[in-house]
Design a protein around this ligand. Structure first.
Ligand SMILES: NC(=O)c1ccc[n+]([C@@H]2O[C@H](COP(=O)([O-])OP(=O)(O)OC[C@H]3O[C@@H](n4cnc5c(N)ncnc54)[C@H](OP(=O)(O)O)[C@@H]3O)[C@@H](O)[C@H]2O)c1
Length: 318
């Protein structure tokens, strides 16, 4: 009896040696029956036979050099850079959908929503001014949190916010039904959501449609005094328009984890703006072990069924 060994899984990423070694060790632990080799360790024949590449910010030339790939599995949830760099001829791109990441993101959405609900930016300011001035308490059930994006992360955030007593509304591309969440779609739906929400949380992917979505016109549609949390991608919000909306008091505060350029330029006005909380893209980092488990499950299903996991739709861009 003879066994045909599956082709090695190829690991392709631009990172330092220590990070690559950590990834390889974690992936090998999650998939002991698989051989996992870095792209550079394979000869051209092996590269041509490769079926699956596991990638973290790969060199696009490396992916193009593997002409038989059934799919490319990203270790990140946001794949706009990969989609852009690999272009239309790319093999199917599977992004990371990790329930553990959704939980961490939901925790962050709740934490920063409470930060705004409990007026922490104002109390921090008052402390610096040595000013003792209690503000009225706002009950969560009097506040509407509007989620832009009701995907893996948005849906998890919705249920966490509901558990904490907030009212939740959400906007997505296709119509969605989520328990106790008022849902919207389309241009008018976005206007309605922006107008009623006390806090807007952006959990959209960056695509041709969402780039610059939150510019002057949309920010002006937000409820006066509302706050914005952007945990999606920086270029979804027009930075200069956001600063204007904060400067003239239409918006009360912005919590930003993502920016047009990262790390954020030391000269950016966001750093010192009293209405902005800057976070260094930390809300829901990829966890090596849980990400490797997700990849392992997708690889094993593919080995058994030949079915390519759910992947990016080229026309939608996510
Ligand atoms: N800051 C961080 O640490 C961090 C960590 C992980 C991810 N992220 C970001 O979060 C994003 C979302 O992740 P996810 O896993 O939740 O993605 P997802 O499951 O693909 O969900 C995306 C959601 O956005 C909606 N959407 C996309 N384009 C739209 C449009 N043009 N108009 C209206 N709705 C639109 C989708 O609508 P449908 O439901 O109709 O498809 C879906 O509800 C990622 O792409 C990444 O950029 C950030």
């Amino acid at each position: 009896m003879s066994f045909v060994l599956p082709e090695p899984l190829v690991f392709a990423g631009r990172m330092d040696a220590a990070e690559e070694a950590s990834w390889l060790a974690t992936l090998r632990l999650a998939m002991p029956a698989e051989t996992i080799a870095p792209f550079r360790a394979l000869d051209d024949d092996a590269r041509q036979r490769a079926e699956i590449a596991i990638v973290a910010n790969p060199d696009p030339a490396d992916i193009a050099a593997m002409r038989g790939l059934a799919f490319v599995h990203s270790l990140w949830a946001g794949v706009e850079r990969l989609v852009g760099e690999l272009g239309p001829a790319a093999p199917p791109i599977v992004r990371l959908v990790d329930p553990s990441m959704s939980r961490v993101m939901a925790e962050a959405v709740l934490a920063w929503t409470h930060y705004l609900q409990r007026d922490m930016p104002a109390y921090a300011r008052q402390q610096r001014e040595r000013r003792w001035a209690p503000l009225p308490y706002r009950k969560p059930e009097t506040m509407i949190v509007g989620l832009l994006g009701l995907g893996a992360l948005g849906a998890a955030a919705a249920s966490r916010l509901l558990d904490a007593g907030f009212r939740v509304a959400g906007w997505s591309r296709s119509p969605k039904t989520l328990p106790q969440v008022e849902t919207f779609t389309g241009e008018d739906g976005l206007s309605a959501l922006l107008a009623k929400s006390d806090v807007i949380v952006c959990l959209l992917p960056l695509t041709a449609e969402t780039r610059g979505l939150l510019g002057a016109r949309r920010l002006a549609e937000m409820k006066p005094g509302a706050a914005l949390i952007n945990f999606g991608r920086g270029p979804i919000v027009v930075a200069t328009d956001l600063i204007e909306a904060l400067d003239d008091g239409r918006l009360s505060h912005a919590v930003l984890d993502v920016f047009d350029e990262e790390p954020l330029d030391p000269a950016s006005p966001f750093w010192a703006h009293p209405g902005v909380t800057v976070l260094p893209h930390i809300t829901a980092p990829t966890d090596y072990a849980t990400a490797a488990a997700v990849v392992a499950s997708n690889v094993s299903n593919f080995r058994l069924s030949g079915r390519i996991p759910q992947h990016v739709e080229a026309a939608r861009g996510y």
